[in-house]
Design a protein around this ligand. Structure first.
Ligand code: IVH
Length: 670
């Protein structure tokens, strides 16, 4: 009887929380105070802790920590306009050839080509009724509730007009970095996180993500009247308070090369992902006269920056299993020279990307290096005969069923003992950014793994017992074995700051470990003692910068017998599970202040070097802007943190002001 009552109370709380999330995020009109909402939320959480058997699958408390699939099943929406793509050009000559053909004296708009996710907003009688992904171009997913959580999008226009608007949802680099750090660095890039976020099952979760939108195209289904150019159409969108992308300008075709150059120079300072420019004829009647192909308009071209491009053919698509279990489809291509190296593999990111390109084995494709190391398949020149590639349902390494974790775009193998995951965990541990062990790359680790000598990172520290055997292997000599074994030995001295993130536990990345150390957990023993306590998760969650998801992940993993066994093994091997005291100065002008940092800086790279100075001289470093923060140090590309700091009236300091403070205080930059 009692249990039944509790269960009813929990269901009521869930309903109430969902209702208020709806009012808050979707209607933009909260019906209760934040504090009251928190009370409801905490009440449900307490009951869930006490009665775990009664937790509902779709509990709103699970939205943060849920490892279940979060990709929504969205209603399909048939687009009312053809949602076309763009034809690409890869150098100025190619672009100018098109301009010459289209009209050198015509006016063209030059706009940033933002690398996010395409969206169409449908306003009926001035009300935003549908927000739809591009999908196949004909039919997309209706993601209205999710898109409505983006702050800058008006839900209602000042006139009862029918209007369709195209735009790009994206994320600022600094917002992405902050968010990704909080989630243990699991997202590959802002584009992926954006695509995943707009297809998330729960709008309340989407609301927490720093999504933004820029619009670039308008359709007036009832006729465009006096709007005869794209610039006038964009002005109309601006009047309706829709967010236009910055910098778009109109130039004559003859001035295009110069304009493209000045955009190119500015690109890296924009703070959001840009993969080129879009050049469009401004005169709408001339656009109509040129028309479009089934794929793209004849009146516009994309111009890709520095994209070193090659055509080749896909010979095979191999799903690769990463350390976290994430499956990345890699295309093996007919070898081609690209930017000085011979490329044999290019990434296809995920199934969504494959579908968008319509790519499969045998396809003739263009691959590029976009300033990144791994080349990507950019577009399909001729589709192969085998149709669009489908990722398998089972892990190619251990055959366990793949599932979607957290985000809709990626598939994961969740088997912790998957051989491929184990191999990648060992590789991750040895990387330069982690334990920095020389001489251990893919080849060596694969070999030692296959021999059964190194099956996990703990085994690395027994590798010396195999010294003689390794020396007899092909490709190894006394010298290379010495380098490896010395590297392993040297790694034993690495600090907890490096060691703990290198183990590769969920949510325990560099940032979280740093916060734990700052809060007194300076040894593995102190953490293992903590997680034994019944209220460990709560205690961790009360630390500023550690959310409930992270807190729970730490408790669960550090109580896991396999993980404890690994830690023990590493301890017995003599690894250093302690953090050295950070250097403190007697000169403490920042005493009593709590500083947060956002954006990127000229003189402080990584930006934490600025924070180290603040901490050394008495200040406290915090990871998010709240009423407890006193100062925000902001750099290029600062995002939502800057807005929030302004809202809260905090002291806002830019790089040159900070340099002034340092020089006034006689603090030297190392
Ligand atoms: S115009 C018919 N303008 O790039 C008009 N697209 O590769 C076609 N994109 O699907 C699109 N910034 O998602 C246009 N300023 C911009 C853009 C832009 C980003 C994206 C958009 C489109 C894709 C085509």
């Amino acid at each position: 009887m009692k249990l039944e009552k509790v269960s009813l109370e929990m269901r009521d709380l869930e309903t109430a929380i969902r209702k208020h999330q709806y009012f808050y995020y979707l209607e933009n009109s909260p019906k209760i105070k934040d504090k009251e909402f928190d009370i409801l939320f905490q009440k449900l959480k307490k009951l869930e802790e006490k009665y775990p058997d009664l937790i509902s699958e779709s509990s709103p408390t699970k939205l943060v920590g849920s490892d279940l699939s979060s990709s929504g099943d969205f209603a399909k929406f048939k687009h009312k306009i053809p949602v076309l793509s763009l034809e690409n050009t890869y150098n100025l000559d190619e672009l100018m050839e098109w301009v010459n053909k289209t009209g050198l004296d015509e006016n063209y708009s030059v706009e940033w080509k933002i690398d996010g996710a395409s969206i169409v907003l449908y306003y009926n009688q001035g009300i935003l009724t549908n927000a739809v992904t591009r999908g196949s171009g004909g039919v997309g997913d209706d993601v209205t509730d999710n898109i409505k959580t983006i702050e800058s999008i008006p839900h209602k226009l000042s006139s009862k007009i029918n209007l369709y608007v195209r735009g790009e949802v994206f994320m600022n680099f600094s917002d992405f970095d902050d968010f990704n750090e909080e989630y243990g660095g699991r997202f590959a890039n802002p584009r992926n996180l954006t695509a995943g976020s707009i297809k998330h099952k729960y709008a309340s979760e989407v609301a927490k993500r720093p999504l933004r939108l820029f619009v670039y195209d308008a359709f007036f289904p009832d006729g465009r009247g006096k709007i005869v150019t794209n610039s006038l159409a964009l002005q109309k969108l601006k009047d309706f308070k829709l967010p236009l992308a910055p910098d778009s300008i109109i130039v004559s075709g003859s001035k295009l090369s110069k304009t493209v150059e000045s955009f190119r120079k500015k690109k890296d300072s924009m703070g959001f992902p840009i993969d080129g420019l879009v050049i469009k004829l401004d005169d709408l009647r001339k656009r109509d006269a040129l028309g479009e192909t089934s794929h793209s308009p004849r009146w516009a071209r994309a111009y890709k920056f520095d994209a070193l491009i090659q055509e080749t053919t896909i010979e095979e698509i191999i799903p690769q299993v990463g350390r976290t279990g994430k499956i990345t489809p890699r295309a093996r291509v007919k070898p081609v020279k690209l930017a000085g190296t011979t490329v044999t593999y290019a990434t296809l990111h995920n199934q969504d990307y494959i579908n968008e390109l319509g790519v499969g084995i045998g396809a003739k494709v263009r691959i590029s290096k976009r300033g990144e190391i791994i080349p990507a398949v950019e577009e399909v020149v001729e589709p192969g005969l085998q149709g669009i590639f489908q990722l398998p349902k089972k892990c190619p390494s251990c055959k366990s069923i793949l599932s979607k974790v957290d985000e809709s775009v990626d598939l994961f193998c969740t088997n912790k003992n998957c051989p491929e995951r184990e191999r990648h965990s060992i590789l991750f541990f040895c990387q330069k950014k982690q334990m920095d062990i020389d001489g251990l790359g893919v080849k060596q680790i694969d070999l030692f793994y296959d021999k059964g000598w190194v099956r996990n990172i703990g085994d690395l520290y027994d590798l010396h017992t195999k010294k003689d055997q390794i020396e007899t292997l092909e490709g190894f000599g006394a010298k290379s074995v010495k380098i490896i074994l010395e590297g392993i030995e040297k790694s034993k001295n690495k600090d907890l700051r490096i060691l703990l993130p290198s183990i590769g536990l969920h949510e325990l990345g560099h940032k979280v470990v740093e916060i734990l150390i700052e809060n007194g957990y300076t040894s593995i023993e102190s953490l293992l003692d903590l997680v034994k306590k019944p209220d460990a998760a709560e205690e961790l969650n009360s630390i500023h910068g550690i959310g409930p998801r992270t807190a729970q992940a730490i408790v669960t993993q550090l109580n896991d017998k396999t993980i404890q066994k690994l830690i023990n093994k590493l301890m017995n091997s003599g690894l250093n599970f302690r953090a050295a005291e950070s250097e403190k100065s007697d000169h403490r002008p920042f005493e009593g202040q709590a500083w947060c940092v956002t954006g990127s800086f000229d003189r402080f790279q990584p930006r934490d070097t600025a924070m180290d100075l603040i901490v050394k001289h008495g200040g406290r470093k915090v990871t998010s802007v709240s009423s407890k923060t006193t100062h925000l140090l902001y750099g290029e590309g600062a995002g939502s943190k800057l807005d929030k700091a302004k809202e809260l009236g905090l002291q806002i300091i830019n790089e040159s002001e900070f340099l002034n403070i340092l020089s006034k205080e006689n603090i030297l930059i190392d």
